[in-house]
Design a protein around this ligand. Structure first.
Ligand code: AMP
Length: 299
């Protein structure tokens, strides 16, 4: 089954202690779409300006991503710039230039309206709500968010939470949303806001699922070298929903396995700048890492 993914389609300028790379292909939807494409057909909804390099459009196409819902308009593509400290877990946003996103109103083409799996990747919650208004009878809806929206668009986010099956957020965001320090209590409080499933991400320490079937602790793949973790969270959630869509098993039964696949795709993402490493991965390499992860976490 196919996955509809809406989110930011961006140019990212990323600086790490070792290197600097301007105007890479980035954005929450780009990372999530490439990650999901290893497992299921993907439909991308977003907007880019006329400065968006053609080779990036070809990269989406190389991954079989349907671009009927991607608007290419006059103006500047969303541009985000960030800098990592020596400890690559700490990141500073240097610039967020909305460009064409400022006036973006996603209109779903007919070909995208019947998507059974929907990922509302990180973007303004008003836009996430607007996309959801246009999807007919979705089977499973996942939303991602970030601290910015908790600060400036909480009302829209709370409205969204009543409409989605799953919320994915990191531990500091879960704390900010619920005022609960304890992850278990924070997840419980988020269930009370709507989502039946909650995943709290903990960066290099993996993630925790809270669900009616009980909790699950999903490990992160231990890497020797992290080149650039930008988009790891988006790759995780994209890989997870792609895996769910590409499998015949019921969501509840398949969720743990799907999280592990998401975690593995996220590990590849961290091994290159932007999407450089993820776009070179093969399904075979993913399966190999899943097997390794299984072996090193089994007891
Ligand atoms: P992550 O590393 O998972 O937090 O995701 C990083 C990606 O989020 C980058 O590719 C950025 O282009 C994108 N991004 C940064 N700020 C925003 C924002 N305000 N809205 C949507 N996407 C953003």
């Amino acid at each position: 089954m196919s996955v509809l993914i809406v989110g930011s389609t961006a140019l990212d300028s990323i600086k790490t202690p070792k290197a600097e790379n301007p105007r890479l292909l980035g954005g929450s939807a780009s990372h999530a779409a490439v990650a999901a494409s290893f497992f299921a057909p993907v439909r991308l909804v977003g907007i880019v300006g006329d400065d968006f390099p053609r080779r990036y459009l070809r990269l989406y196409e190389k991954h079989g991503i349907n671009l009927d819902g991607l608007q290419v308009v006059k103006g500047k593509t969303f541009h985000w710039a960030g800098e990592y400290e020596v400890n690559m877990n700490n990141r500073r946003t240097l610039k967020t230039e909305l460009g064409v996103f400022e006036t973006f109103s996603p209109e779903l083409p007919l070909s995208c309206q019947d998507s059974p799996f929907v990922l509302l990747a990180n973007i303004a919650p008003a836009l996430q709500n607007h996309v959801l208004d246009q999807v007919r009878r979705p089977r499973f809806i996942v939303a991602d968010t970030m601290d910015l929206w908790l600060n400036i668009a909480l009302k829209d986010l709370l409205r969204l939470l009543k409409r989605v099956d799953m919320l994915v957020l990191n531990d500091s965001e879960a704390r900010q949303l619920t005022k609960e320090d304890n992850v278990v209590n924070a997840a419980r409080a988020i269930h009370g806001l709507g989502p039946k499933y909650v995943i709290v991400k903990k960066g290099e320490h993996g993630s925790i699922l809270s669900s009616p079937g009980g909790p699950f602790l999903c490990p992160a793949f231990p890497l020797e070298k992290v080149v650039d973790p930008t988009g790891a969270g988006d790759s995780f959630v994209g890989g997870m929903i792609g895996f769910l869509a590409g499998s015949r098993a019921r969501v509840e039964k398949n969720l743990r396995r799907a999280m592990v696949y998401g975690s593995v795709v996220a590990s590849f993402c961290c091994e290159g700048f932007g999407l450089n490493a993820t776009t070179k991965v093969t399904r075979e390499a993913i399966e190999k890492r899943v097997e390794t992860l299984k072996r090193i976490t089994h007891f």
